[in-house]
Design a protein around this ligand. Sequence first.
Ligand code: XMP
Length: 315
Amino acid sequence: MTDPARFVDEAVATLRAAVPGHAIVAASGGIDSTVAALLAERALGERSHAIFVDTGLLRAGEVEAVGEIFRSSHLSFELAAAADRFFASLEGVTDPEEKRRRIGAAFVRLFEEKAKRVGADHLVQGTIAPDWIESGGALRDTIKTHHNVGGIPADVRLTIVEPLRDLYKDEVRAVARYLGVPDSDRQPFPGPGLAVRVNGVVTPERVRRARVANAIVTEEVDRAVADGRMTRPWQYFAVLLPVRTVGVTGDNRVYGEAVSVRVVDSIDAMTATSTDVPRAVLNRISERVTRELAGEVVRVLYDVTDKPPATIEWE
Ligand code: XMP
């Protein structure tokens, strides 16, 4: 990418040429899709329809936070409440790739319904280069089918437009800063949401546990960063594992679940190193997770694996 201003001009021109009518824009509040939505709005004006889906798989406070990001970026959007259909589509599914396919399909079916209502033929998404490279786009094995790439069903009735598909994360961040998207250095969050941070079956109950644990990790790492006890890592979160394990509360044996804490440093998410988090921060996370999810989560682990050989997310 040359410079952000030039990229924006070119992307707007390309979008205008590609979309003669109306377009639905898949807007998750993440940096990639927020940039894509702003480009679409510049290019198409009222013919651009950004939709933010509450999948029921979002982080604590995310609906409010995303609304705020869109409002301060001056992006108009519609909120679609769709938790029931996402949980229904994931029922009994444990395979990570199948989860992504089901979620991708649920998004697309919802966008098709909205498209029908406004007379749109196109779907704009914020897919970036690592999404399709890791989804097997460039002579590689599929590492993860990003839900916005391989998760799109073959019979999709909308023409997909991806203005950011040649950019890497640091380049998208530069464009975001140029467009005035607030907090452009926010940590990334996977499109399939907490479904890929709940290993094993995805139920509202297990997602709630993952949501609480994720919020605790975020709060405690943010606090340590604010106090100067560590520098801000690239990404930090919790994963609910598919194991049952024995714990003890007072005099009672509890057969609960386990959470793994993942904190990594990275430049572009293609490689990453496990962060050396101060032990006191990990202890505090463990103490809070087992207390705030008492009787549900009884064990907290720290993941020391780099990428490669592991990936950043567990699924
Ligand atoms: P991995 O786990 O492949 O993650 O090392 C690399 C980066 O991508 C994010 N990620 C996803 N983002 N859809 C997304 O939009 C996905 O399916 C997905 N899987 C992983 C991950 O959080 C990390 O920043």
